[in-house]
Ligand binder design. Sequence first.
Ligand code: H2B
Length: 101
Amino acid sequence: MFRLMATIPLSSAEIQQALAQLPGWSFQRDALERTFTLADFRAALAFMVRVGFEAEAMDHHPEWTNVYNRVAIRLNTHDAGGTVTAKDVELARRIQRLAPT
Ligand code: H2B
C-alpha cells in the first residue's frame, strides 16, 4: 500500500484538502511542515522517539530539527522526486496523534 502511495505526487488541490485536516501544518518549499513546541527538551526528545518509531514502521523518514523544546518537521517523498505524496499526509496524520495538545 505504502509503495503505491509514495509514487504519485499530490496536486495542490489535494494538498490543500489534506491540510484542512492537519491543524498547524502548511505547505512550504515542496514539503508539509509543522513546528511543535513541547514543555521542555525531555518532552521534545520523547516526542521525537515516538515519531521516529512511527516513521521507521512506515519506512518514511522526516527531515527535522530540534532546538531545546521545539521540533520542526518537514515531510516529502524522495522516491517521488521530493514532492508531497499520500505517504507524507499519512505520516503527518500519525504525528498529529502523537502531538502535544
Ligand atoms: N523517507 C522519505 N521522507 N521519503 C522517501 O522517499 C523515503 C524515506 N524513502 N525513507 C525510503 C526511506 C527509501 O529511501 C528506502 C530505500 O526505502
